[in-house]
Design a protein around this ligand. Structure first.
Ligand code: ATP
Ligand code: MG
Length: 325
């Protein structure tokens, strides 16, 4: 786990770091992706503090940096697309990507950009809003279980069961409306839920579903700027909701809940990435890099074709070539 301090001490100017990425060979590119995302990776609960992680890195991408960032992201997306092809062909592992964040942190944009080169057949995005009546009649994992990715696929959760220890924790009235037996509503409920989530992810992992979680760490100041932009720009008005301003008043409580969530559910096999989200181009590169690292850990390759199958393929080719029409 890296701290803000370590991050700045390793710092190179964004421009040079990104130029370097665009010049690398494929193998080096993957190793660089791992290196780039590692400082934001959290795998254990020891001493985790949200405030040690930056909300902004390399704010000076500037005019020169933006096209470079786009180029680096394009390369990342291309690498992702190649890896996804192997994941699909191999049909054994699957990848679940979970995105959590405060409003306007850039979840939607990150998902759109990072997954833009991916074959839609191999990828499924699910968004989780406040549960409807049918969903409230079940345990909270029920609706998420139904959306888990099939083997060979990438599943994306835009919000997830983690809302059960975030919005539900911040507004206890929501918990009361969950129709749980009163006996179960104790002060231990958050710890119990966090434990269950951690165990659920171990279960998924033992079934070949790799879970990677992203917290888009936006600052309160940047959120305000983005809300004002949503009000000022007519094409962004639709994104603005009055409720978001209300939720912002609970910022502190949310940060406590996020910190606890990451601390209790980050593991080596199902890590959290705390992504500096004030700078969107940089955030997207880090997210793509983390996904590349996860896919690389699966050691994906196209299924082997044995000598008999190869001979059969050659025989069929000759048959096709011999056709008259
Ligand atoms: P945008 O960034 O576009 O606003 P969004 O993900 O915030 O996207 P919304 O439709 O605004 O989408 O909000 C979904 C809302 O549903 C969030 O406020 C979230 O906290 C809430 N929600 C999700 N899961 C639960 C849950 N289990 N219980 C209560 N509320 C939930
Ligand atoms: Mg919202």
């Amino acid at each position: 786990m890296a701290t803000k301090k370590e991050e700045t001490s390793n710092a190179q100017p964004a421009g040079s770091r990104i130029t370097a990425i665009t010049e690398l060979s494929r193998k080096e590119f993957i190793s660089r992706a791992k290196k780039l995302s590692k400082p934001y990776r959290v795998t254990s609960d020891k001493k985790f503090k949200l405030k040690d992680f930056p909300t902004n890195v390399d704010n000076d991408l500037g005019k020169e940096g933006k096209p470079l960032a786009q180029q680096a992201l394009q390369l990342g997306v291309q690498a992702l697309s190649e890896m996804q092809d192997k994941l699909y062909a191999q049909d054994k592992w699957s990848l679940l990507l979970i995105f959590q964040a405060m409003d306007a942190a850039g979840k939607d944009g990150a998902i759109k950009h990072v997954m833009s080169g991916i074959n839609p057949q191999g990828c499924h995005v699910s968004s989780f809003k406040a549960p409807n009546n049918e969903e409230l009649d079940h345990d909270y994992l029920w609706r998420c279980m139904k959306q888990l990715p099939e083997r060979g696929r990438i599943g994306i959760f835009n919000r997830s069961y983690y809302e059960e220890v975030l919005v539900v924790r911040v507004h206890e009235g929501i918990l009361k409306a969950q129709k749980l037996p009163e006996k179960l509503l104790t002060e231990n409920i958050w710890d119990e839920r966090l434990n269950d989530m951690r165990n659920f992810e171990s279960y998924l992992n033992r079934n070949g579903i790799l879970v990677v979680k992203f917290f888009l760490n936006v600052s309160k100041k940047e959120q305000k700027r983005r809300f004002i932009e949503r009000i000022d720009k007519p094409e962004k008005n639709w994104k603005f909701s009055a409720g978001d301003v209300e939720e912002r008043k609970y910022w502190k409580q949310y940060m406590v809940a996020y910190e606890e969530m990451i601390k209790k559910t980050a593991t080596e096999k199902s890590p959290w990435y705390v992504i500096p989200a004030d700078n969107k181009p940089y955030a997207r590169i880090v997210i793509a890099s983390a996904i590349i690292s996860a896919l690389d850990s699966m050691k994906l390759k196209y299924p082997d074709v044995g000598p008999e199958q190869l001979a059969e393929l050659q025989r069929l080719k000759l048959e096709l070539l011999a056709e008259k029409a």
